[in-house]
Design a protein around this ligand. Structure first.
Ligand code: ATR
Length: 283
């Protein structure tokens, strides 16, 4: 209802986009703060991504989010990319600054912000990350930059874990980093002295909601903080197992909201209203 002749567009480019929470989260925030922006998602096919980015410039949007499958590909289409996004090799947020498109990555920072909001101390702690996709990469690199003591990356395809390990070794000093195969025995021996466990694999998502990357619930100890980046379902099998063992937990909605809140700040210079954050977390 607030759209006027002066309203500037902020958008999302990806494929698919129709289940995205971003339009709801950002439009509610614009309305709440009386900001003259509107957010819309666009489903863009592969052969049209360059045209879509050109259109963002032509339409003089304030900025846009980028989601699957374009987070890496978009880099070559931008004018500048922030150093952290360059290290990660992917961009999820773009700012149009006087006609120049500047790329950022708020995924890993969103995860860290979510930990901070939960008052989870991660500095000098040991983190075990399950999976080695784009999300794992952003989270691992950000945690390394923010001063965790040790990171173990467990993945079915060890080569993918090693790519992340090598990026971190190249860019961050003072962090111990290693990869292991995603199997129960290896996990068991690493979890014993782990402080934070993060699932970034798709195990437990949607139709697979009965599955968990951890088969033996008892390997989870009560001092472990367990985060799952899945938000559908909100409580994955892994989080149920963790709660059963007395662990503090966090689901994927937290990361999703805070990566959005950081993008919101880049575009508007304002904090996303707490009211909106609470509404989404409790929706
Ligand atoms: P995103 O970019 O969202 O992180 P992704 O790139 O599709 O998603 O990564 C999914 C992760 O889940 C990968 O690490 C994948 O393991 P592989 O690298 O071996 O493919 C992991 N994954 C998905 N299904 C899995 C399964 N059934 N068992 C083990 N790992 C699985």
């Amino acid at each position: 209802m607030h759209i006027k002749g002066s309203t500037r567009l902020i958008s999302l480019l990806g494929d698919p986009v129709n289940h995205s929470l971003s339009p709801y989260m950002h439009n509610l925030s614009f309305e709440n703060l009386g900001l003259d922006y509107a957010y819309m998602a666009f489903e863009i096919k592969k052969e049209k991504i360059k045209d879509a980015v050109d259109a963002m410039k032509t339409l003089n949007v304030r900025g846009f989010n980028v989601t699957m499958p374009y987070k890496e590909k978009i880099i070559d289409l931008l004018d500048e990319v922030d150093n952290q996004a360059k290290i990660i090799g992917s961009v999820n947020t773009v700012l149009n600054s006087k006609g120049k498109l500047l790329g950022y990555n708020t995924d890993g920072k969103g995860f860290v912000k979510a930990l901070e909001e939960k008052k989870i101390d991660f500095k000098l702690k040991k983190v075990l990350i399950l999976g080695s996709g784009g999300a794992a990469k952003s989270i691992a690199i950000q945690l390394a930059l923010e001063g965790v003591k040790e990171i173990i990356i467990a993945n079915r395809t060890i080569e993918k874990a090693n790519i992340i390990v090598n990026i971190i070794k190249e860019h961050v000093k003072d962090v111990k980093i290693n990869s292991i195969n995603l199997n129960e025995n290896k996990l068991k021996s690493e979890i014993i002295n782990t402080d934070i466990l993060v699932n970034t694999t798709s195990i437990g998502m949607r139709e697979g909601f009965l599955d968990s990357p951890i088969k033996e619930t008892k390997i989870l100890h009560k001092d472990l903080f367990v985060a799952d980046i899945i938000y559908k379902p909100q409580k994955t099998k892994l989080l149920s197992q963790a709660q059963e063992r007395g662990c503090n937990t966090m689901n994927g909605l937290n990361m999703l909201i805070f990566q959005g809140a950081l993008a919101f700040k880049i575009w508007t210079g304002k904090d996303m209203p707490n009211e909106v954050i609470d509404k989404i977390l409790n929706k």
